[in-house]
Design a binder for this molecule. Structure first.
Ligand SMILES: Nc1nc2c(ncn2[C@@H]2O[C@H](COP(=O)(O)O)[C@@H](O)[C@H]2O)c(=O)[nH]1
Ligand SMILES: [Mn+2]
Ligand SMILES: [Mn+2]
Length: 493
């Protein structure tokens, strides 16, 4: 242990073997669990350490036993327990010798966040927020199993699974610039519709343009503070400006893809004789037919999610035009960026002094590529990609930009949110939705939800401090703070 980083200094859970090796860096040593191939790294401040779950540390160690894992099994400061891998987990596997695992992506494939800027100032919506929220609530169906009026045909679904957002733009749901301001231009290559089951298609067909439940949201925000004026200018953000955030994923289609392929990969674990400490880590050798089938289906679901967010944004733009009685040019509702935070991608990274193809699994983690990286949109190439971190319906969200250290520290990845500290059932016992809604209203934040129980489950108190979380990635040089966004009105799923 480094001098000055004595574990005894820090209040929090006693987790035997966990070592604090630097400010904000905790190491899960190789001996923590038998079979670990690499150490674990958890990025946490002292304050966030107090909420660290031992089970999440065990999950970091479990992931470290998987074949072909590179450098470290990692957890971001928003980490908490998930299915097999922790939420907030990042792990990269050698593209030849490693594995691909659905647990490292999650059930809501390509759950993600998009941020839209505007020509409006916060004051321009004074007295209009409630009407805007009511119209947004109507325009974007929300809640478990919600359906829209769109019914994609079989051939349209094929195009969506293969091409992602481009399909939506070609149908008139948006403009070309939306694609160039989106991670991967709204598409992962390798989408293979043949690997998406009839059941997943059936679930996906009526859900394009829908938000989903609970944690997903549409949020009116304003820019409360600028930390990096150069990056803020590149992102076209300024103090006091009204912004709009969308958080949702691949709905029933993605969930079904994960369910179907977990079944196949559970069988593959036996076939390929992979020794797993937890069956939720079901996986297969990256080049096996089972893993490639999952990857093709996962990419299809990711492409569906980008299409979904694109259609939602289009419908929200229409609501703004009607409610504000302004046209698209006047409103300037341009997409700043869209990030996936539940996804596996084939990427090239520097490992042990050489370049290597790896499958980077980001499960509750955001890509954070730095300035100069060829995958960062040209408009942002000098500052790094926007990293969008939602907070909660009552606390700040943040815009950061990817930094060079992310490539060394975390395979170009940062946190994805504040991260839960309380379960949904715990929240329903602790909070009353009506009271939370009233408290938020007192702070100038209006909330719409299908049921008050959703507001209780999503109360700001169920999440860690977003400020504390982003400060860790900022200090580590993974992503730098650009702007703080405060909520003024939220539609919860
Ligand atoms: N700005 C808002 N952020 C929110 C809200 N509800 C949740 N959150 C944040 O999103 C992340 C990501 O959630 P996940 O379900 O995909 O893991 C979560 O950690 C929260 O910090 C909201 O209403 N507004
Ligand atoms: Mn999400
Ligand atoms: Mn989601």
């Amino acid at each position: 242990m480094k001098r000055g980083f004595d574990r005894m200094d820090t209040e929090g859970p006693e987790i035997e073997g966990l070592e604090r090796i630097d400010n904000d860096i905790w190491q899960v040593p190789m001996g923590y669990k038998s079979g670990m191939r690499v150490p674990g790294r958890i990025y946490l401040s002292d304050k966030l350490f107090a909420n660290l779950e031992k089970e999440a540390v065990d999950q970091v160690a479990n992931v470290a036993t998987l074949p072909g894992i590179q450098k470290f099994s990692m957890a971001m400061p928003d980490a908490h327990v998930g299915y097999g891998f922790p939420i907030g987990g990042v792990a990269a596997f050698d593209a030849e010798e490693g594995v691909i695992s659905p647990g490292g992506v999650g059930f809501d494939i390509n759950c993600g966040v998009r941020l839209i800027r505007s020509n409006l100032d916060k004051s321009d919506v004074d007295g209009k927020v409630n009407d805007l929220l009511d119209s947004l609530f109507k325009a974007v169906p929300s809640g478990v199993g919600s359906k829209s009026r769109i019914r994609a045909s079989e051939s349209e679904l094929e195009a969506i699974f293969t091409n992602g957002s481009r399909w939506a733009v070609e149908q008139g749901y948006g403009v070309e610039a939306d694609l160039t301001h989106c991670e991967g231009e709204g598409c992962i290559e390798g989408g293979d519709p043949a690997q998406v089951s009839a059941k997943a298609r059936k679930r996906g067909r009526p859900q394009l343009g829908t938000l989903g439940s609970g944690n997903h949201f549409l949020e009116l925000q304003y820019v409360d503070e600028i930390y990096d004026p150069v990056a803020a200018e590149a992102f076209n953000l300024k103090q006091g400006q009204l912004t709009f955030m969308v958080h949702c994923g691949s709905r029933g289609a993605g969930h079904q893809v994960c369910t179907d392929h977990l079944r196949n990969l559970t069988r593959a674990v036996e076939k390929y004789k992979i020794d797993l400490p937890d069956k939720q880590l079901a996986c297969a050798p990256a080049q096996s037919e089972e893993a490639q089938a999952y990857f093709g289906a996962m990419a299809s679901a990711a492409n569906y999610a980008w299409t979904n967010r694109q259609i939602i944004m289009h419908h929200c733009r229409e609501v703004f035009e009607q409610q504000m009685n302004m046209d698209a040019d006047e409103l300037g509702l341009d997409l700043v960026y869209d990030v996936a935070h539940n996804v596996a991608k084939l990427e090239e990274h520097n490992v042990n002094g050489g370049k290597k193809q790896v499958y980077v699994h980001r499960k509750g983690a955001t890509r954070a590529f730095p300035a100069g990286h060829h995958e960062v949109p040209k408009a942002y190439r000098d500052v790094g990609q926007p990293v969008l971190i939602p907070g909660s319906m009552g606390t700040p969200s943040y815009v950061l930009c990817g930094k060079q250290s992310a490539m060394d520290v975390s395979f170009g990845s940062a946190c994805h949110g504040a991260g839960r500290v309380m379960s949904r059932s715990g929240a329903k016992h602790t909070f009353r939705g009506e009271q939370i809604q009233k408290d938020l209203s007192g702070q100038g934040i209006s909330v719409r939800a299908a049921h008050p129980s959703v507001i209780a489950e999503e109360a700001p108190g169920v999440y860690k401090s977003s400020s504390e979380v982003v400060d860790v990635v900022d200090r580590l040089g993974i992503a730098g703070k650009v702007a703080k966004l405060m909520p003024v009105g939220v539609v919860k799923g």
